[in-house]
Design a protein around this ligand. Structure first.
Ligand SMILES: Nc1ncnc2c1ncn2[C@@H]1O[C@H](COP(=O)(O)OP(=O)(O)OP(=O)(O)O)[C@@H](O)[C@H]1O
Length: 212
């Protein structure tokens, strides 16, 4: 495993990003580069600033300083799913199809099948379990086949089978030349990653090993 070294032009380039909430300086100069075809892990303790970092990378949150450059389209799977309780997964897919301006739902249907969401397609979100909601959250982030994918705790609530399916999806994204950033408070299965970084004291450093 390397810490993101590659000859390819980076799809994601983050330089000296800073973000504070009042006096709390959460990001103190975060830099990161990831080329196409890499699955990058970012680990850190609770409160280290992982969600803040992904929100900045996605454009959801404005940094106090530094730059973020993304080549191509973006997919963002936030930690808190933005789902409508009254709508079904099928209705969510339809809404996002319009938002993404997709002609077809082939990729969405494929992801629904791979992640085991098919049986729940016509149930309103309010009756779905946390893990099932997370499956939908992931499908909505990936259904337009984005070039750069930012995933915040993407397998939270997944059973073991779905967890393995998630990594199959991630491996497929790598083969397709996408850039994937997976944020988690735990770093097991690090062999599935091309690079692993730890967010600590507001900066990212190359990391190895198991627990965050
Ligand atoms: N909107 C906000 N306003 C003020 N403080 C915030 C806000 N969002 C996050 N924080 C604080 O910033 C720090 C980093 O939070 P963040 O959610 O980014 O961490 P995290 O690494 O994702 O944590 P976890 O693993 O628990 O999800 C925490 O101390 C948190 O309390």
């Amino acid at each position: 495993m390397t810490a993101g070294r590659s000859g390819a032009v980076p799809s994601l380039r983050v330089t000296a990003v800073r973000k504070a909430y009042g006096a709390r300086r959460v990001l103190r100069g975060v830099s990161l580069q990831a080329p196409p075809g890499q699955v990058v892990g970012v680990v850190g303790e609770n409160g280290a600033g992982k969600t803040t970092l992904l929100r900045v990378l996605s454009g959801d949150l404005r940094p106090d300083g530094g730059t973020v450059s993304i080549r191509g389209t973006l997919g963002y799977c936030p930690q808190q799913p933005v789902l409508d309780e009254e709508l079904t997964p099928r209705q969510h897919l339809r809404l996002f199809q319009i938002a993404y301006r997709l002609d077809r739902l082939d990729r969405a249907d494929e992801l629904v099948a791979v992640l085991g969401l098919t049986a729940y397609r016509d149930e309103p979100v309010k009756v779905l379990s946390g893990g099932t909601r997370q499956k939908l959250n992931l499908v909505l982030a990936l259904m337009h086949d984005p070039d750069v994918v930012l995933l915040d705790e993407p397998y939270q609530g997944f059973d073991w089978e779905t967890y393995l399916r998630f990594w199959e999806v991630a491996a497929g994204l790598r083969r397709a030349g996408r850039t994937v950033v997976v944020v988690s408070h735990l770093a097991y299965d690090t062999e599935r990653l091309d690079a692993l970084y730890r967010l600590r004291d507001g900066v990212l450093a190359p990391a190895r090993g198991a627990a965050a």
